[in-house]
Structure formats: C-alpha cells, structure tokens
Design a protein around this ligand. Structure first.
Ligand SMILES: Cc1ncc(COP(=O)(O)O)c(C=O)c1O
Ligand SMILES: [Zn+2]
Length: 419
C-alpha cells in the first residue's frame, strides 16, 4: 500500500497511516489521505492502472491493504461519451459526458462506497453507516448487500421514493429522519459513535474521497492521456468536486500528466454555499486565503435537485480549495434551468440524468453565454446519477404521454406523427 498518512485539509497537520480517528485531532477539520508519490512514480510500468475494468484497477493509488480485484460488483469503469449534438446546442465542439449512472446503484457514489467498504473489510468492521440525501445511502446499501455487511442509513424523510426503495430493497436499515440532510448527518455521527458503526458519511470519512477520485483517472485513460480543459461537477457537500480535483493532482504528482484541468462547480441558486464562498474569496486576493480560518457560507437550501440540497457543506473547504487552485468557475443556475437540462441531455445523447446530474450542463450553457468557456475547449460534464432515481422531477420537465384509443384512426388523428 502506498498510502502513507493523513493531512488536515484546514490546518495541514499530518498523521501517520496507523491513525484510527476520522477528523483532525488538532482542529476537527476533514482529513485527506496522503501517498508516497515518489514510490508510486518509481513503480510505474505497463501494468500500472491496468486490470479489472473497475475502481480497483487503480490500487496503486488507493488506501487499501487487501487488493479487491474480486469485488462482487463492477464499480466504475463507466463510459466517457463524446456528445457532439448536445455540444452543438451551445456551439461547442468538444463536449463529453462521463456517464456514472451506469454504476451498480446508478450513481457516482458507488465509487466512494466501494473504497469505504474495502476499508471496512480491511479493519474488520461489520456494520457501515451513512447520512445521505439519497444516493450515498442507496449506494452503500447496494454494496453492503453485495459484500455481506450490514448498513444503517440516515436520510431526510422526504428523499425521493426511488432512492428510499433502493435502500430497502438492498436490505439496509433505513432511518428516515424528520428533518433535512443536515439533521440526518448530525444524527448519523452521534449514532455511529454510540454504536461503533463504520461511518461512511461525506467529508467525515476520508476514504470516500479516494473512491470518487477514480473518476478522474478513468477520464484521463479514456482520453488516451489527454487532459481536458474543464471538468464540470454538480456540487452539494463538495466531496465529489474535491475528489475529482485530487484525482488529477495525483496523476500530476506521479508524473503521468504535466498540466491540470480547471474544475467548475455547478450549484442550484437555492443551495449555493460553496459558490457563494468562492465568490466572496474572489472579491479579494485569492492567493492569500488562510484556509485554516476560512469561514464557509451556510444557506437554507431548497432546490429540486435533492442530491445537492445542502445547508452546510460537509467537505466545503476541499471543494473551495479545488475551485480556487484549479482556476475553475463557481456557477449557480436556477432550478428551472436544471429541470430543462434533463430532457435536453436525454434527447441529444440517450443519457437520462437526475436533476443534480443535469446541473453541469445547465452550468456549461451559462458559462458559454457569459464567455467563461471558449467553444473549442474540451469539457467533460459528470453525469452523477440516473434520472430513474427521481422520476417525479423529470416528469415535471417532460409532462405526460398522450392517451389515445386503441385504434389506427386514433393514431391518424395525432397530427404530428406518421406520413
Ligand atoms: C447525483 C449527485 N450529483 C452530485 C452530488 C454532489 O456531491 P457532493 O455532495 O459530494 O458535492 C451528489 C451527492 O449526493 C449526487 O448524488
Ligand atoms: Zn486540522
């Protein structure tokens, strides 16, 4: 294993790899896992990042003791699609979608759950827990079922029914909290502490970031070693965005690439804590920010995109750092633009996103309009969750089918079909 310790994202204090806590013992900040990059770089040969078509092929930069090449489900290894017709709608020539709806539980969260479960197996934990807006929970429930672990999931009671049903189908203990995601999060922390469960919750568990960063590795492989100009990420807690940035930084640290992409954050106007923090920083001198004292904005989130509806981002600092350090944009879009992006993506590409996963395309169109992106840039939008997870909101965007009598005459009378 090339992991060599932890470093606090806020105050930079380090701990060795045998540290068994979750948060920084000095300041309570989130921890980031560190690697011996020189050792990794020295061992790069033809077999590097090869093997099973899933996240575990990246074992050289994963923090796991046991190789998990026989993991029961295929997590990761999702396609990167060039989507010319979608891009043309905004005059773009080089747009790609990373279709992470094709993970076992139909969201990018499976990458995090796979590595967290790998860790749980490494340390002999039997019960895994998580607080979730929905996808992290359905993902952990799915992979716990596949590996024979017990899962306890804390969700806001109003999470989309498809996500709740996934969790129940996979046999997780689902605790639907009368409150929002932030309430569920705090309760999951307290309960996991009390009962000794291995808590996967975003930000708190450093291993989740390690799983999600594999998304960057795959994009790099699928582009045959090219680095995109931008990767556009739908953002709630900020863990996914920070993880994708880390993936690219890893590749640079081991000498596989020599430049980094910009990472753009897209949030709903109705849940924009991270974007507002970035904007505030950029009103001053962004090169002199003191990360250990930076105060994150908090909001009263109310977006239709449930996956990114977050009052207090749980990995906000990592995301804000990633946006600033990469030179990316922090964009906010209206909920109506998010809903409109669902059928636009679906109709131009055949990929069906949930609202949160449609947000990056809404953000890209805005950035093109505002001339933040040139039309020839190579842009990758992450499609982080499937439209089947939130049919009610998709239906708001596409309406209902036309109902007709079972006769050919009825078809003839439908003016816009046929010859
Ligand atoms: C589909 C989808 N997109 C984006 C996100 C945002 O990830 P993060 O909360 O780490 O910013 C989530 C998180 O739940 C999600 O489920
Ligand atoms: Zn610290």
């Amino acid at each position: 294993m090339n992991m060599n310790g932890y470093q606090c994202i806020a105050c930079s204090v380090t701990r060795t790899a045998d540290f068994d806590g979750f948060l920084c013992p000095s300041c309570g900040g989130n921890l980031d896992i560190t690697y011996d990059y020189a050792a990794v770089a020295n061992n790069i040969d033809d077999s590097f990042f090869q093997g099973s078509n899933d996240v575990f092929r990246f074992a050289a930069l994963l923090p796991l003791k046991q190789p998990r090449s026989h993991f029961p489900l295929r997590v990761g290894g999702t396609p990167l699609y060039p989507v010319q017709r979608l891009g043309e709608l905004a005059g773009m020539q080089n747009l790609y979608l990373k279709d992470d709806t094709l993970n076992p539980s139909a969201s990018l969260k499976d990458r995090a759950s796979a590595v967290v479960i790998g860790r749980a197996l490494d340390i002999g934990a039997n019960v895994v827990s998580v607080a979730s807006t929905g996808n992290a929970g359905s993902s952990l429930a799915c992979l716990a079922a596949a590996t024979g672990l017990d899962a306890v999931i804390f969700v806001p009671a109003n999470a989309p029914v498809a996500k709740l049903t996934q969790m129940l189908a996979f046999g997780a203990r689902v605790l639907a909290v009368r409150g929002n995601y932030d309430d569920a999060y705090d309760l999951c922390l307290a309960a996991s502490d009390e009962f000794g469960w291995f808590n996967r919750s975003t930000g708190y568990n450093a291993f989740a970031r390690e799983g999600k960063k594999t998304c960057a590795y795959e994009i790099w492989q699928d582009l045959d070693g090219r680095v995109p100009d931008r990767v556009v990420v739908s953002t709630g807690d900020g863990n996914t965005l920070g993880a994708i940035w880390k993936g690219w930084c890893d590749l640079k640290a081991v000498g596989l690439i020599d430049r980094l992409p910009k990472i753009d954050c897209v949030q709903s106007e109705a849940s924009a804590a991270i974007s507002e923090t970035v904007r505030q920083i950029r009103t001053g001198d962004e090169s002199t920010v003191n990360w250990s004292t930076l105060k994150m904005r908090e909001v009263n989130a109310s977006t239709v995109a449930d996956s990114i509806s977050v009052d207090r981002p749980r990995d906000g600092l990592a995301a804000v750092k990633a946006i600033i350090q990469s030179g990316g944009e922090a964009v906010t879009v209206q909920d109506q633009e998010i809903l409109a992006a669902i059928p636009q993506i679906a109709r131009a590409t055949g990929v069906f996103p949930e609202p949160a996963a449609a947000a990056p395309w809404a953000g890209v169109k805005q950035m093109i309009r505002n001339k933040k992106i040139a039309t020839d840039e190579l842009v990758v939008c992450i499609v982080s969750g499937s439209g089947l997870k939130d049919v009610a909101n998709a239906q708001n965007a596409v309406g209902e089918p036309q109902i007709i009598e079972p006769s050919l005459q009825a078809v003839r009378e439908v003016a816009d079909i046929g010859g």
